[in-house]
Ligand binder design. Structure first.
Ligand code: 3HC
Length: 700
């Protein structure tokens, strides 16, 4: 076989079956057909005693071709291809480099032997796409690792490194490549040694499943369901694995297939595919087309507080040379401790060895001399959120930062145009809005000001990608994409409180919707004072008909600024959020003052209002050109604000529910919220035209 994505090369007694389907060797129909044909070719070649699957490019097979999902099954089915490999009289081996994921790992599990590069990883990430492994993964893996481990692996979708894979019995050999050595040669040598030993291992599907108490399996399933917060795939994946305890292999495989087919067309799977491809679309922007980013090797971070320290760690870990500027020796010491603390946390979670903490922390330079920033290629400001403080800083930076360096502000609410105007080079400025903790959170809003040069924007995107972040393009408005939507929906949650719902009821409704935390718990966690000062600046001169809830201001006046003061919407004296009679009394008092008769608010009302308000504000952001595409809004809400990925984000979900229905809910929210909550023109027009947001995005 000499053409197509699967090619055979015979070396001695072993047929190397090369898979070459860039970029990630996904199992397209052509690859499945190629593998199936290869089984026949290997069986027909009398000189060949065994086959070895190797992949070209950066990785082993990374799974089924996700783009084929939703198109209906195309022959040959992967399950059948794997069955042919496993049933072949000549043993097959898989040589894994990069990542063997999903269907790729399932192909490897159908082989007699697995040899892994020591840097390689395997995993079954299907649950993240709203499905379960559909080609025997749930039945073969527990035969190697036991049911409990297999449940943990399929429900988390995590990757397993080569060392762990060997301990778990997944990898039969792990090779550490010396410089200049080819993985293919080492893998081939392993297969030759196995052949020479003359013992054929029992196919994985024919091995017994290590027993596990049924009650124990039920507990693991229940835990997976609970953790999934409404997402169906983890529970289904756990059940599929547990089937292996009661069903024989063939029946288990059939049950797995039925569960897979039930999920693959489910709206949750569609939403998660949108999230998967959405992440990868973020940096594909027309304005970045052909624009070369500036070279960046040195990053300076101004301010070593929580945000600055997180950014510094993210940058250092991505391989940049990093300097942090602090105001004085005491602040510099605190910044150093913070950075050390972050690495200490990594060591505790076994992400880095304990003895690496000091080395990593020391690699980040901390200075109190602004002149030390003169050689930086990128300067990221992360100081106190005050316009004058920031403008003054940029005036000083302008004098020392080298010409051609990019300067970015991490402001979340201030106007980057005004900050940039403090310098004599606004074209070299942009916003880089990280989310705390910046070393963990993947979302970064990249803000284009009125003057940002195209290659400055391209540089910001390139650096964010190198940091492993998800950069989302946004233009300037109050709060950009995420905080603007959050501030709008938060006001609406406050209306619901005034109208009769309790903060705890709203939190319960939104966690039931799939958010990891309710909005009032989030409010308390991030601190009530940020929005308090925003309201003082922006809402003091509001028109008389603008609905305004005074409760959060009153809480702040009482010194209840959230968790950091031990109380906010909830009381934290016990260490846990508790409903506080003081807050209940305050809410009752405010309702009475406004003449509101409290009425019960159903969880569904809370949920549909929240979706409607978020989608409506997102649509305004789109019609104003602040965000470019609905997917940008969705990715911000999923990655920055806990919007359940399995719902696809507010814009995707609004399309999925149907814009006419959602518009009805927006009108309901407008009736309750008054000015500021009018339906977005874009949505009204789309409903009139019978189109969706996705249609709109495509036609632009
Ligand atoms: N199918 C189709 N396209 C895929 C793909 C897949 N399984 N995996 C990646 N791609 C595409 C990406 O969309 C991207 O396309 P683009 O360049 O046009 O944007 C390109 O391949 C490169 O992907 P990344 O940018 O993600 O590259 P990285 O090097 O950062 O990561 C990876 C590589 C770790 C393989 C990552 O792409 C990944 O996690 N892929 C998904 C793996 C997965 O979920 N596999 C399970 C699929 S479901 C399945 O197998 C069902 C089975 O049980 C029957």
């Amino acid at each position: 076989m000499a053409s197509g994505p699967v090619v055979i090369e015979v070396r001695g007694k072993v047929a190397i079956v090369w898979v070459d389907n860039p970029p990630v060797n996904a199992l397209s129909q052509a690859v499945r057909q190629g593998l199936s044909d290869a089984v026949a070719a290997v069986e027909a070649d009398a000189k060949v005693a065994a086959a070895l699957i190797l992949c070209r490019g950066r990785t082993f097979i990374a799974g089924a071709d996700i783009r084929e999902f939703g198109k209906g099954p195309l022959e040959p089915l992967l399950t059948d291809v794997i069955a042919r490999i496993e049933a072949s009289p000549k043993p097959w081996a898989a040589a894994i480099h990069g990542t063997a994921l999903g269907g790729g790992f399932e192909v490897a599990l159908g082989c007699c032997w697995r040899v892994m590069d020591s840097r390689a990883e395997v995993g079954l990430p299907e649950v993240k796409l709203g499905i379960i492994p559909g080609a025997g993964g749930t039945q073969r893996l527990p035969r190697l690792t036991g049911v409990a481990t297999a449940i943990e692996v399929v429900t988390s979708g995590r990757r397993i490194g080569a060392g762990e894979a060997q301990k778990l019995g997944i990898a039969d050999a792990v090779v550490d490549l010396e410089p200049g050595e080819e993985f293919a040669d080492r893998a081939l040598a392993a297969v030759e040694a196995w052949l020479a030993a003359g013992t054929m291992p029992v196919p994985v599907s024919a091995r017994p499943v290590p027993p596990l108490d049924a009650a124990e399996a039920e507990k693991l399933i229940a835990k997976a369901v609970e953790r999934a917060r409404g997402q169906l795939s983890p529970g289904e994946a756990a059940r599929a694995v547990a089937d292996a305890l009661t069903l024989d292999f063939a029946a288990g495989l059939a049950a797995e297939r039925a569960r897979f087919l039930k999920l693959v067309g489910h709206p949750q799977a569609k939403a998660l595919r949108h999230a998967f491809f959405g992440e990868r679309e973020l940096s594909k922007l027309p304005m970045l087309d052909g624009v070369k980013p500036r070279a960046v090797s040195t990053i300076a971070v101004v301010g070593g507080g929580t945000m600055g320290a997180g950014i510094a760690v993210a940058a250092a870990d991505a391989g940049y040379t990093v300097t942090v500027l602090e105001t004085d020796a005491a602040a510099a010491k605190r910044a150093a401790e913070r950075i050390h603390g972050i690495y200490q946390g990594y060591a505790e979670r076994k992400r880095i060895p304990a003895d690496a903490v000091g080395v990593k922390a020391a690699a980040i330079d901390i200075t109190t001399e602004i002149g030390d920033l003169g050689t930086a290629d990128l300067v990221v400001e992360a100081v106190f959120e005050d316009a004058e403080v920031k403008r003054d800083l940029f005036r000083r930076l302008d004098k020392v930062v080298r010409p051609g360096a990019v300067m970015a502000t991490n402001t979340s609410y201030l106007d980057p145009n005004r900050i940039a105007a403090a310098t004599g080079r606004p074209a070299e400025m942009c916003g880089l809005h990280f989310f705390a903790p910046a070393n963990v959170m993947r979302l970064v809003e990249v803000i284009e000001t009125a003057d940002t040069a195209p290659d400055v924007l391209a540089t910001a995107f390139a650096v964010a990608l190198k940091l492993g972040k998800l950069p989302v393009f946004a233009r300037v408005c109050d709060g950009f994409i995420g905080n603007r939507i959050w501030a709008t929906v938060r006001r609406h949650y406050e209306f619901l409180v005034e109208d009769g719902a309790s903060p705890a009821e709203i939190d319960a409704a939104m966690t039931a919707y799939g958010f990891p935390m309710g909005p009032f718990a989030v409010y308390d966690l991030s601190g009530l004072d940020i929005s308090w000062s925003w309201r003082k600046r922006n809402m003091a001169d509001r028109a008389p008909d603008v609905r305004y809830v005074d409760i959060p201001d009153r809480l702040c006046e009482m010194g209840r600024l959230g968790r950091k003061t031990g109380a906010g919407w909830y009381d934290y004296a016990s260490g846990k959020a508790k409903t506080d009679p003081v807050v209940e009394a305050l809410i009752a008092e405010e309702r009475a003052r406004k003449g509101v008769t409290a009425r019960p608010v159903a969880a569904e009302t809370i949920q549909r209002r929240a979706l409607a308000v978020m989608a409506n504000e997102g649509a305004r952001i789109l019609e104003e050109g602040i965000a470019l595409r609905p997917l940008d809004v969705d990715m911000v809400m999923i990655h920055g604000y806990g919007y359940p990925a399995w719902r696809g984000g507010p814009m995707f979900e609004a399309d999925a529910i149907g814009l006419p229905t959602v518009l009805g809910w927006i009108e309901e929210a407008h009736a309750a919220g008054g000015p500021g909550f009018e339906p977005a023109r874009l949505l009204v027009e789309l409903v009139q035209q019978g189109r969706t947001l996705a249609d709109w995005a495509q036609s632009r």
